[in-house]
Design a protein around this ligand. Structure first.
Ligand code: E4P
Length: 220
């Protein structure tokens, strides 16, 4: 399974890349705003971090676009900036069409804001490289999420679609595990979610216990 970092903060991205061998990055307009930097500056910084690797960085188009042609026009410009960029397009009717147009040009698309298996199916039909079902938002809305991911996995398996499933808006370690159990290809989560997920209080407790015993034992 691959782990992507959901962030546009370069210090978090560098840390996650060098300490955790993160497999890619997903950004969105909120992450870019939170970076405190202009859009183009942020995406150039992210591209530089992963230059020469095959790790993908999702960059979202202007969310105000309401027609496919406008999305495609912007996507073509962004995609030309880095081999690592994947274009994030919303799962609207215009977005699906833009995805189809971009996939025919060989530009990778991450279909985002996906909340139903039917949307995920349409993303695959339209040639999306990635699909991003947002489980955290569904869970906050009182909806179940494990079956949701499993259904997308089953549909893709049934038809042999190569679209990779990025389980997104992941809030905790349990959701990472649920995504893995369901057979998703990737999770994308925030910096603090991974920090917490890679830790367990018993690890530190056990290390203290072993250290105390080590100190109380002659070496030879
Ligand atoms: C995924 O690609 C999105 O960037 C992300 O998961 C959005 O959700 P969040 O910002 O609420 O976590």
């Amino acid at each position: 399974m691959k782990f992507f970092l959901d962030s546009a903060k370069i210090d978090e991205v560098r840390y996650a890349n060098h300490m955790w061998n993160i497999d890619g990055v997903t950004s969105n307009p909120r992450h870019v705003r939170n970076s405190g930097k202009p859009f183009l500056g942020v995406i150039r910084e992210l591209a530089k971090e992963f230059e020469g690797t095959d790790k993908h960085i999702s960059v979202e188009v202007n969310p105000h676009h309401t027609n496919a042609e406008a999305m495609v026009e912007e996507a073509v410009i962004i995609a030309a900036m880095s081999k690592n960029f994947v274009i994030k397009i919303p799962a609207t009717e215009a977005g699906f069409k833009a995805c189809w147009m971009l996939s025919q040009k060989g530009i990778r698309v991450n279909l985002t804001l996906v909340f139903s298996p039917a949307q995920a199916l349409q993303a695959a039909r339209m040639g999306a490289a990635y699909v991003s079902p947002f489980i955290g938002w569904k869970e906050s809305n009182g909806e179940e999420v494990s079956q949701f991911i499993e259904e997308i996995v089953t549909i893709y398996d049934n038809y042999g679609y190569e679209t990779e499933i990025i389980v997104a808006a992941v809030r905790n370690a349990r959701q990472i595990v649920e995504a893995a159990l369901a057979g998703a290809d990737i999770v994308t989560a925030g910096f603090d979610v991974y920090k917490d997920a890679f830790d367990h209080p018993y690890t530190a407790k056990g290390l203290k216990l072993f250290s105390d015993n080590w100190d109380a034992t002659p070496y030879e």
